[in-house]
Design a protein around this ligand. Sequence first.
Ligand code: MRU
Length: 365
Amino acid sequence: MVVNGTPTRTIWPAADGRGVMIIDQTRLPHEFVIAELATLLDFVIAIKDMKVRGAPLIGVTAAYGLAIALREDPSDSGLAQASAKLNATRPTAVNLAWALGVMAATLLPLPPAERAAAAFVKAGELADRDVAICDSIGINGLALIAAIAERKRRVNILTHCNAGWLATVDWGTATAPIYKAQEAGIDLHVYVDETRPRNQGASLTAWELSQQGIPHQVIVDNAGGHIMQHGGIDLVIVGTDRTTATGDVCNKIGTYLKALAAKDNDVPFYVAAPSSSIDFAIADGLQDIPIEERSAREVTHMRGRTDDGRLETVRIVPDGSGAANPAFDVTPARLVTGLITERGIIPPRKEALAAAFPDRLVPVE
Ligand code: MRU
């Protein structure tokens, strides 16, 4: 995607080959800062502290982190230990374990001396593959938007959190159909849920839509239902951190409430789901998906820019009030209209998913 007029990915190898460059997403939208990750610890902290975030990008970042770690210790135990450290950074997005599994399957058969170089090549392939998958999701999702555009002048889309370019290597998942629709000349308007507590909608999705020149408005998380009741939303598209083999979707906290409101108002509710986010080993989203519990401070405090340009963090709850912070929720398959995947739009059903991805349990070569 384009940042200040320059085509940019969210992660790329440093020019001198030492480390890997990322956009520090904790600094957006007020500062655009590129950071270098050069040690395994840098990668672990970047994922944990959400300098990089979003399920597909977490997976690719972990793959590069493993490559960096193998320069120090390419033995079987070195690989296993680095992989375990990376895998423990965030529990919900399955892309992390998926990417590390692909890396291990590629690297373990090789002699240790060849592993670090091969790991860099494989991480780069995973990055390119993510871009291709998101591109296909964009093309497949465009058909939904184009169908709405045939019957009305402007298409209003609601999205939650950031399942955008910043959450992937390029294009995004939920945003890819939006960017493709823009290219196709469709008149669009996007409602962006602010997405408390970390405000990924307000600070990240709104930023990237601004960069792309897509008309949008940030709304508070509780406004979506009201706007749907008044006919203001034609389509909801969200991302996913883990979708079960039966089509239950785990995504950023608050997604479930949007799906309920969409159902009540007959608004189609689609999930942009790259196959790397589908966990074919589990069937019950509520039972089987670990939900990350993050720091209470993300709820009790907010960061922003003052009118005179200072970046400040303020407490918004009374001293002494605690906070709970579950970071994801599960939307049951019955509330999902369809899964926009790289292989087409699939009903959220076990048989349909299995038929679309018969090869999915085989690690990519
Ligand atoms: O906690 P985050 O910011 O990593 O959560 C991100 C989301 O919930 C996204 O919707 C999801 O990862 C899909 S990204 C294409």
